[in-house]
Design a binder for this molecule. Structure first.
Ligand code: 1HE
Length: 271
């Protein structure tokens, strides 16, 4: 799928800053406001929540990319309203949390394709996706300190868990940006590819993901991060519940029989 891919439209009403198409069981959502470097205004945040909440039930994976040379320049700074009551600021941040939670804890795995600027809220939305494919042009920044604001889209939790509090403090205090290679080594992206190769790699990964058992994919995105966040005793018990639900599904029985009877692919090195 490319930016010009025909695909089929997805019947969800979205703002002009978002464009959704599908090819078979894979949806492709594009941040499509390149003139503003895909900066996130309220309509886009609401649109993300709408899209991921209303995703058709037969979609198995989503690819999220940005039109133009940059993935996303973060919060639309022209739309920042001065909140005189802290409760309004909390509500605004919580609207971002809801939108990004609808990605992180949504119906299906989401793969993002990162290039150029991945800044502030752009990095927050990226780390809400499950798989990040970065092109070499990608760079990451958290200029909130320079703008006089703070993280508000879950970055305090998700970016710090991914790369560590001290690295986030460095980025926020000094304005340091991370280049694609060093960020990749820190785990920001799981895949690092040449410029222009991101969508094709994402498509290949989405096809693999879509071929998995939907129940296992669901467990991986819903149960696994929650188990990782909790204490060992509750984590192990939750794991046993999830394992029991997955293993007793008819699909698991079919897939296990396929392997035992020589019909399923073996695990090969380098796959
Ligand atoms: C924007 C935004 C934006 C670009 N909000 N309008 N984010 C930032 O602090 C990043 C600010 N942006 C930049 O540093 C640069 O624009 C970029 C490095 C991303 C791209 O540079 P460049 O030279 O390709 O583009 P440009 O000429 O700077 O921008 C093109 C247009 O997009 C221009 O508008 P124009 O009307 O003059 O053409 C820019 O004003 C506009 N634009 N970025 C609004 N972010 C919930 S908390 C999350 C907190 C954060 O996200 S903080 C990080 C905010």
């Amino acid at each position: 799928m490319s930016e010009t891919s025909p695909g089929q439209p997805i019947p969800i009403e979205l703002p002009p800053s978002l464009t959704a198409r599908r090819i078979d069981d894979i949806a492709h959502l594009r941040l499509s406001r390149p003139a503003k470097r895909n900066a996130l205004d309220n309509a886009t945040i609401d649109g993300l929540l709408t899209f991921f909440t209303r995703l058709p039930g037969d979609i198995r994976a989503v690819i999220l990319s940005g039109d133009g040379d940059h993935f996303c320049a973060g919060l639309d700074l022209s739309a920042v309203v001065e909140h005189h009551d802290p409760r309004d600021g909390i509500a605004h941040s919580q609207s971002w949390h809801r939108a990004f939670d609808s990605i992180r804890f949504g119906k299906v795995p989401v793969i993002s394709v990162l290039k150029g600027a991945v800044i502030g809220g752009g990095l927050e939305v990226a780390v809400s996706t499950h798989i990040r494919v970065a092109e070499r042009s990608a760079y990451y920044g958290l200029p909130e300190g320079q703008r006089g604001i703070f993280l508000g889209g879950g970055g305090s939790v998700r970016i710090t868990r991914l790369i560590g509090v001290d690295r986030v403090q460095d980025m926020m205090l000094t304005g340091r940006t991370l280049q694609s290679g060093e960020a990749h080594a820190m785990g920001v992206s799981q895949y690092l590819v040449d410029d222009g190769a991101g969508l094709a790699r994402a498509q290949e990964l989405a096809t693999r993901i879509a071929a998995n058992s939907p129940m296992t994919n669901f467990a991986v995105i819903q149960a696994l991060p929650r188990i990782a966040d909790t204490d060992a005793s509750n984590g192990l018990f939750t794991e046993s519940l999830m394992a029991a639900i997955a293993q007793t599904s008819p699909e698991a029985k079919r897939r296990l029989a396929d392997f035992l009877e020589g019909r399923a692919a073996k695990v090969k090195p380098g796959s």
